[in-house]
Write a protein that binds this ligand. Sequence first.
Ligand SMILES: CC(C)(COP(=O)(O)OP(=O)(O)OC[C@H]1O[C@@H](n2cnc3c(N)ncnc32)[C@H](O)[C@@H]1OP(=O)(O)O)[C@@H](O)C(=O)NCCC(=O)NCCS
Length: 179
Amino acid sequence: MTLTTDRLILRQWRDQDRPAFAALNADPVVMEYFPRIRTRQESDAVLEILKDHIDEYGFGFWALELRDSGENIGFTGLQHVNFKAAFCPALEIGWRLAQHHWGKGYASEAARASLDYGFDVLDQDRIVSFAVEANTRSRRVMERIGMVHQPEFDFNHPKVEPGSPLVRHAFYAIDRAGG
Ligand SMILES: CC(C)(COP(=O)(O)OP(=O)(O)OC[C@H]1O[C@@H](n2cnc3c(N)ncnc32)[C@H](O)[C@@H]1OP(=O)(O)O)[C@@H](O)C(=O)NCCC(=O)NCCS
């Protein structure tokens, strides 16, 4: 199963994606709002987890490929929230792109296709997203695709060390009707 947009393909991961994914996860700017960058070994292990989610459910954080060059530029997609929170169970939408491909609208383009898949194919009533409060780039993607900040559900991420400046997360959601 692949999703295709004007400029992008969202697809299952391949072993050949490992170097690009490792470079993404080793870039301190890309990983600014995550507790730490990842080693090649850790990145390969994460790739397997993303791949397994797609194998199991038919969707996930898909590898993002440029249609015109075949380059893997990161990921975008939907996955089951993998920790406990007041808004669970839920499907979250997420993205991570190579820095030299920011500012071209690729994340929003892929996110719109992912939302359509979530509503039309997976028959979801609501899709959620969240980001470190200071991650304005990611929050702008959420707003660009019509998600709405619901501050009453902002939360401390259980996988981030309490007291870390990265712990507080802004919560966004969009429902099938569009907001
Ligand atoms: C979050 C992230 C994916 C956003 O990437 P992005 O390229 O800024 O997002 P978009 O694809 O929506 O692109 C929008 C930008 O492209 C510009 N743009 C250029 N051509 C465009 C087009 N054809 N269509 C839409 N936007 C276009 C927009 O003006 C906008 O620029 P601006 O933010 O300076 O106003 C990226 O910063 C990233 O990977 N960050 C690190 C990982 C991360 O934090 N992930 C999220 C964790 S919650």
